[in-house]
Write a protein that binds this ligand. Structure first.
Ligand SMILES: C[C@H]([C@H](O)CC(=O)SCCNC(=O)CCNC(=O)[C@H](O)C(C)(C)COP(=O)(O)OP(=O)(O)OC[C@H]1O[C@@H](n2cnc3c(N)ncnc32)[C@H](O)[C@@H]1OP(=O)(O)O)[C@H]1CC[C@H]2[C@@H]3CCC4=CC(=O)CC[C@]4(C)[C@H]3CC[C@]12C
Length: 262
């Protein structure tokens, strides 16, 4: 039987989503994106899940859309006839962000759609020989995963323009220098490091984590004064929780806190 195009497994409180077409460097398909949407729904709805890791099978993260399949069936008709709305591509986290932290673990290439979905993640770990780039224009394509909007908001403008317009690939070290990824680790260690970070997050108060993420997301682009109003609203809700009593009590009693998410 054919392997599913993405694998989903729960490791402790972390949902691990693995893009799984290693023979094509995990190039994206409709099936892969559907499984990813189901996984994002589970992250948002399942209280057992406190964090999520996105990675790829076989030493690659993702080579973007499947260009071979696109050469047979160009997607322009599905864009223009309304059967696929490219302004919101949930699988690629375009127009959708998760309510819990998402960590990317990148080995090998993260190209085109691969670098695009990366921009929907919160913490990014790359192996030393990982490669990044938004190379759609090399093939006469538009980076429909949202990079023309999102990349200049995440890294310095001139670097974003350079990457978007040249389509060139960069190394993990360069990606860290420009702030596209936060951690660079030896090859083969990206998933382990991502899981370590996930475990640190999982040990924290789940309400605090969700409120911090919600504040980051909801205040993006807002004037500071307006932003602080939301920040205070979400913060007050956390301080009113049982978890916010348990944390300081645990500190005083010199033990680990037992958070219940309420
Ligand atoms: C529009 C978005 C999105 O913005 C568009 C894109 O992402 S375009 C993709 C551009 N990709 C690239 O430029 C990468 C090309 N690959 C490489 O440069 C290199 O292969 C590499 C650097 C990644 C790796 O190099 P290596 O030397 O390590 O390996 P190599 O020998 O080259 O490759 C090994 C084998 O893997 C095959 N391979 C590699 N990449 C691809 C690829 N991208 N496609 C297919 N096969 C690949 C390679 O050929 C080798 O195999 P051999 O057998 O040995 O030859 C779009 C993002 C998501 C899209 C939607 C997805 C779902 C949909 C399905 C539909 O049916 C309708 C459309 C749609 C909705 C679709 C619409 C567009 C998107 C939204």
């Amino acid at each position: 039987m054919a392997e599913p195009h993405a694998l989903v497994s729960l490791e402790g409180h972390t949902l691990v989503v693995t893009m799984n077409r290693p023979e094509a460097r995990n190039a994206l398909t409709g099936e892969m994106l559907s499984i990813m949407v189901e996984a994002w729904d589970r992250v948002d709805s399942d209280d057992q899940v406190r964090s999520c890791v996105l990675t790829g099978a076989g030493g690659a993260f993702c080579a973007g859309a499947d260009l071979k399949s696109m050469s047979r069936n160009a997607p322009d008709k599905s864009f223009s006839n309304g059967s696929f709305d490219p302004s919101r591509i949930e699988g690629l986290l375009k127009g959708r962000r998760l309510t819990k932290p998402l960590i990317a673990a990148v080995e090998g290439p993260a190209i085109a759609g691969g670098t695009e979905i990366l921009q929907g993640t919160d913490i990014r770990v790359a192996a030393e020989s990982a490669k990044f780039g938004v190379s759609e224009p090399r093939w006469g394509l538009f980076p429909m995963g949202g990079s023309a909007v999102r990349l200049p908001r995440q890294i310095p403008y001139t670097v974003a323009a350079d990457l978007l317009l040249t389509g060139r690939h960069i190394t993990a070290a360069e990606a860290r220098d420009i702030g596209l990824v936060g951690h660079v680790v030896p090859d083969g260690q990206a998933l382990a490091r991502a899981l370590e970070l996930a475990h640190l997050i999982n040990d924290n108060g789940p309400l605090a984590i969700r409120a911090i993420l919600k504040t980051i997301r909801d205040t993006e682009g807002m004037h500071e004064e307006e932003a602080f109003k939301l920040d205070a609203k979400y913060g007050i809700e956390v301080f009113a929780s049982a978890d916010a009593k348990e944390g300081p009590k645990a500190f005083t009693e010199k033990r680990k806190p037992h958070f219940q998410g309420r």
